[in-house]
Write a protein that binds this ligand. Sequence first.
Ligand code: 0O2
Length: 202
Amino acid sequence: MTYYGCALREVETKLQVLNDEFKLGHDRNPIESIKSRIKSVESIAKKLEKKGITLNADSMEENIARIENSIFDIAGIRVICAFPEDIYRLAKQLTSQDDITLVREKDYISSPKPNGYRSLHLIVEIPVFFSTGKRPMKVEVQFRTIAMDFWASLEHKMKYKKNIRNQDYIADELLKCSRIISETDYRMQEIRWLIESADSAE
Ligand code: 0O2
């Protein structure tokens, strides 16, 4: 877990550098906030169970390798951006750095989940230098806009509520809201372009 904490800090610093650099040239921050978390042991155990992976009680090293090869989001960073274009630019700038390897990409913005969930998920691998040597570590980076984050947080809370009445109606409303939110994100982006082009014409 300590190793994963170190990997999180490395990736978070890279994102903060990109944010500061963009602010210099464009006078605005593309990143609204960054949240990091290490998956709890209980959540790791649940995910292993869901994937049907059992651990071997004899060998600790074998178990760690099994976990690391099947769960890629033990270290997770959520990057909340102002606009959709910021998400894709930051993702490209991060993954094109030569010490970062892109392991997997799931674009739930261009192809949202059937329930309306939208986010860009990257699994990246970064080398972390310890006294014993270099260790490649995987980190999941989730990029989403403020509006997508608002939707995902509410939907996540509701998922854990038991015995909800009108489940179908709620699911339908969530899907509709997800579409409205996406449309608003792109309209706000266009408004920003209009303001910027008016600025440069002055
Ligand atoms: P937590 O508590 O957020 O960590 P895989 O990594 O491929 O084995 P999966 O689930 O296929 O597993 O990965 P995927 O699709 O990249 O999604 C993983 C994470 O995305 C989830 O982590 C959630 O954080 C988020 N997510 C995915 N789908 C939804 C959704 O429909 N609603 C919301 N609110 N969040 C979603 P965990 O491990 O489920 O939980």
